[in-house]
Design a protein around this ligand. Structure first.
Ligand code: ZN
Length: 408
């Protein structure tokens, strides 16, 4: 079966909008994408007419956790079997919202990726980190338990112990994530908001630990993604060779320059900050997190604006973590336009830039280009002039992943 999409406008992901565009695919790859004039004849094709055709979007920082509250401790008090059932619905929500790829940075994503690949769960392609490596007492440790229980809780919930100290353990931690099927290595290189006792300003992991993690990951052809808020943590992570910086709250000129020089991308996750400020209270966000979120919120928006201004390369990530929140991922694009991007820059961030957050593990997708995977969505309206359209799943009328139709 050949599919032919005829669109008022084709947004290729990278590059200019094409008026009167056509996209054709017969199997898992795109065979033509461009102006209608030059398109080959396809007499037997299934024809879809739409306002806008664009690549399927990439969520580059999400968590399939299967919890309802804004209190991460719910992970440890929820049976993992139940959480796993719940995330299958979140996977479907993401796909139907136009997200055909997800880089999952801590949660059940590695297991979900297998179930999606087997065709048993309808969802995006998932590229997961397993858990996220943390030093003892770091952002990924569970501060409400003794350490032995914290390790046990993590093994029970997401499959492997994530707490590592010293270069040798750090290296072993990378290997534990690989045995979960990790496609990217996630670490916590500073304190965080939704953890009790650590300070987002302070760096986590020593230089030797960071270098061991990067060395081991690089050898296994994985890049390292580093959760970091404070400046010292960001500089240390960038100098150690991480390739994506997550959140980046206290970015300044010096950090932005170092990122550009070292080819490091920013995944800013504005959505979660806005969400916690607006809805955290009614969703049981702990008192300590409220304080930390409020302290970071304004600075975070300014940091993103500075990074946009400096031309730091970015990919879209929301830090979405809860049941039923998945599907709202597209709200991030309008937030990026609020921070100074043009709509087309936000779309490039959400599509063409996504695969680059996986380094050598990147699939051939993210753009409407012949030969690339047929991950294609149709939009009612024109997101190049009204970016907020992409925040509402109902505006995503058709979703194709690998040439297979999942919506429309
Ligand atoms: Zn996160």
């Amino acid at each position: 079966m050949t599919t032919r999409i005829e669109a008022t406008r084709l947004i290729p992901g990278r590059g200019n909008v094409v008026d009167n565009g056509v996209v054709i695919f017969a199997d898992s790859a795109i065979s033509y994408a461009g102006v209608a004039n030059g398109a080959p004849e396809t007499p037997d094709a299934d024809v879809v007419s739409t306002d806008t055709v664009m690549p399927g979007m990439w969520e580059c920082h999400g968590h399939f956790m299967g919890i309802y509250t804004a209190n991460i401790d719910e992970v440890w008090t929820t049976r993992p079997q139940l959480a796993a059932m719940r995330v299958t619905a979140d996977a479907r929500r993401a796909l139907h919202a136009g997200f055909t790829s997800v880089r999952e940075l801590g949660g059940l994503g590695s297991f979900l990726s297998f179930a999606v690949e087997e065709g048993q769960v309808e969802g995006p392609n998932v590229y997961a980190s397993g858990s996220a490596l943390s030093m003892t007492g770091g952002h990924g440790d569970v501060h409400s338990m003794d350490l032995a229980d914290a390790r046990r809780a993590m093994i029970r919930a997401w499959g492997e112990d994530n707490v590592v100290d010293g270069p040798d353990e750090a290296r072993a931690g990378v290997r534990r994530m690989l045995r979960l099927g990790a496609r990217v290595i996630k670490i916590h290189a500073s304190g965080g908001v939704l953890s009790q006792l650590d300070d987002p300003h302070l760096p986590q992991f020593s230089k030797e630990e960071l270098e061991a993690i990067v060395d081991e990951a690089t050898r296994m052809e994985r890049i390292v993604a580093a959760h970091t808020h404070g400046k010292r943590g960001m500089m240390a992570a960038v100098e150690a060779g991480i390739k994506t910086l997550e959140h980046g709250t206290y970015i300044d000129e010096e950090v932005a320059d170092a990122m550009i020089e070292n080819d490091v991308m920013l995944v800013p996750t504005r959505w979660v900050i806005e969400f916690l400020m607006a809805e955290g209270e009614k969703r049981g966000m702990p008192e300590y997190a409220k304080k930390k979120a409020a302290a970071a919120a304004g600075q975070h928006a300014e940091g993103i604006a500075l990074a946009v201004d400096k031309g730091v390369k970015m990919a879209l990530g929301t830090d979405i973590f809860g049941v039923g929140l998945w599907g709202r991922n597209g709200e991030e694009l309008a937030l990026m336009v609020d921070c100074g991007m043009t709509p087309l820059q936000a779309i490039e961030m959400a599509t063409a830039n996504g695969p680059d957050t996986l380094g050598p593990q990147a699939p051939n997708t993210g753009q409407l280009v012949a030969g690339m995977d047929a991950d294609v969505i149709c939009i009612s309206g024109d997101p190049s002039t009204d970016i907020s359209l992409l925040g509402t799943p109902d505006n995503v009328t058709h979703v194709f992943k690998g040439g297979t139709r999942y919506k429309g």
